[in-house]
Structures are given as C-alpha cells and as structure tokens.
Design a protein around this ligand. Sequence first.
Ligand code: PMP
Length: 446
Amino acid sequence: MTHIFHRSPLTPPKLAARGQSNYLIDASGRRYYDGSGGAAVSCLGHGHPEVIDAMIEQLRKLEYAHTSFFSSEPAERLADTLVRQSPAGLGHVYFLSSGSEAVEAALKMARQYHVERGERTRRHTIGRLQSYHGNTLGALAIGGHQGRRALYQPLLVESHHVSPCFARHYRLAGETDDAYGTRLAQELEQTILALGPETVSAFIAETVVGATAGAVCAVPGYFEKIRRVCDRHGVLLILDEVMCGLGRTGAYHAFQREGVEPDLLCLAKGLGGGYQPIAAVMAQEKIVDAIVSGSGAFQHGHTYIGHPVACAAALAVQNIIERDGLVRRSAQLGETLHRLLRDRFGGHPHVGDIRGRGLFQAIELVARREPDTPFDPDLRLHALIKREALARGLACYPGGGTMDGVRGDHVLLAPPFLATQAELEEAVDILAAAVDAAIASVGVLQ
Ligand code: PMP
C-alpha cells in the first residue's frame, strides 16, 4: 500500500508520469486527454516550454523572499498585468497560494474594511447553497456543499446561506428570468434584514458555479439585482472566480458578462495554470484606501504569499493568454464544444441539460427526460462516468447527487485553451461511450 494518505488509500489514483500538451501520461505510457484541466486548472495544458523557462529563469535569480521584507519583480509585474486587464476600480492584488486561502483572505479583508470604517458590528457573511468555496474551515463554512461540510459542522463558524441561482431546477413554472432573479434578490435582502444590515459584512457567490453543480450560469440580471441589494445595505460583494475566472468562460473575468463589478474578487486555478500553486484576491480601491488610511495594514499573511517562482509562472501563463488571444479562443472553442455536446447528447435519453460558457461546459444526467427525473443519487453515476471515461483515455470532472445538495449528476468539461477541434471531438466521443457504459452498468439503459 502507498504511504501517501490519498483520499482513498485503498484505491490510490493512477501515477501520472508525464504531461505533454493537453495529455497526461501514466507510468505505463497510457495517454489521457485532460478534458477538465484537472479541476479547470491547466489552461495551457502541460509542459509549456515558455512557462517552464520563466520558472527556471526566476529560480536562478531568486527562489524566495518573505513578503514582510521584500517584494519581487515577478510579483509586481503579475499584479500590474492583472490590474491592467481588469475594470478600473479593481486596482489592488493580494497574492495567496490556493483558492481556499483566497476566499479566507477576502472574508477577512471585508471584515477589516468595515472595522476600519467604524462599523465593528459587521461580521456575518452570507453565501449560497450548492456552492463550493474551499476546504479550509472559513471557506468550508461559507460554502454550501453539504457533503463536504457535514463531518466538520461543529467546527464551522456561523454562516448564512441563501438559494442558488439555478433556473433549470428552481425557477417556478411560468416564472420569467426577471421574476426569478428578483425573487432571489429579495431572499438575500430578507436575510440581510433579518440579521440586521449593520451586522452583515459580505455576500459571496461563484459567478459561474463550478464544482458543486457544473457550469451553472445565473439568469440574466441576477447579479445586477444582487449588487443593488448589497449596495443598499453596505454589504460587500465577493465574487469567487477561482474556477471560472481568467478566460475560462470566454471572458477575462466571468463577471464582465453580468454587468456588475465585485468589491473583492477571488482568483486561483487558471492564474498559474497548474505550473505553480498561486491565487489572488483583487480589491476595489475603496477597500484598500480604508485599510491604508485606518490601521495601515491588512491583518493577514502566509509564509508563501507572492512566492517569486509562483508569480513568474503565473506571469508567463497570463502573458501567453494575452499575447495569443486565448480568452477569445476559449470563447470560440467553447461554442464548438457546446455544439459538439448538443450534436452528441441533444437527443440522448439520459442527458437532461447541456450548459456552460466558454471552455466550461457540463452535461447533466437524468434517469428520464419526461418527466424530468434524476438518477438515484446512491448510484453515484457521476463517479461511474469518471471511471469509464478514464478507462477510455479521458479525464473529466464529475459531480452532483445528494452529497453536494444538488439535484442530479453532472460531468464538467474544462479543457485547456490550447485544445484543438479534433481533440474536443474525440473527448466528446469518449464521454458519450463512458456515459452509456456507466448507465448500462447500473442497468437502466433504455
Ligand atoms: N472556490 C472555488 C469556486 C473552487 O472551485 C475551489 C476549488 N475547486 C476553491 C474555491 C478552493 O480552491 P483550492 O482547492 O485551491 O483551495
């Protein structure tokens, strides 16, 4: 048995020996198409020579310097790049090493902003059900993923949750997008009023939901309504684009398609593209101003924030994305992928939804389309599909079922921005075979 405490030590994962462009290669030489870039991480695929060279060059110059003594050139340049590509107000960047850390830092920054302005009573954070914001205790508390929270419930700080925006499952019959968005914004407002607006610090949401529900976009107008509620009550809006940000949905920031700007923005996976662990919180001027003109410093920090090699890797990744027009490519290839999924699964008796934006696409499985009925969650169909796909050479990201508090199983595809059409065609072919094999294995293929 392996000495690594893998998630399931009795069934350790395959050993990935090498990465080559958009493929992973195991110890026996088998190739797997990286159809979800891990968890929407590997936006440039594997072994990109320019990123590797940038990391080596930085290692030769300086591997590490603690940020309480020094900044570094790659950190400064990466912050400049992020700010230059973002709307004007998002003028400051705080680096971290993981998505969970970014969420923790954003929650604390929001709290400190209020305290600096004399609003010491603002302490509550409101999140949404069926969301995922990370596995550290603060991020887990504000996330709405039932399965991941359950065991640790006694350790979690007090947090509050409102309904997700998931029209397919929760919009009422006959309700328009506008009415549905208004109803959800009212629910948030009621929650703020019930807690007392003077006690609420922030509302946090994934702009496009990733891990729990699979590429779920809000209905048009939802975020504008939410933004107005937050503004009315002095509550900060934190958008978590750890998974869906930096080109993944075909826009640089996913919120740019929603007509709003967050007060705080969490970024991670695609920032370093998997070449190094790195994350960031971007903050509006008013937040940094309040902290700087108040106590002077954000009361936070980790040993490895702004790590020079991580910043050099992320800088190279972001420069390549900008230089090669990869956000546009993500949008265009996303349309291709969506069309391929529609062609293949549009008439499939067990696919009830095909959704997503850019290279962030998902299919949702149903036991029956009419009436719309999910598979029994105990079958864990999504996990079976993952296994069948892997056996056929495709890595894809499954989720759903009662564990996540989500109705139904789904499979997420989030291939690298450098994917080719031929690769996407093959990935969809393999996914179709895997879906049919998994459904046949639970004995319900009609
Ligand atoms: N937020 C979102 C939206 C995520 O998808 C994730 C990871 N799946 C996280 C936060 C946590 O990131 P990490 O695993 O890097 O801590």
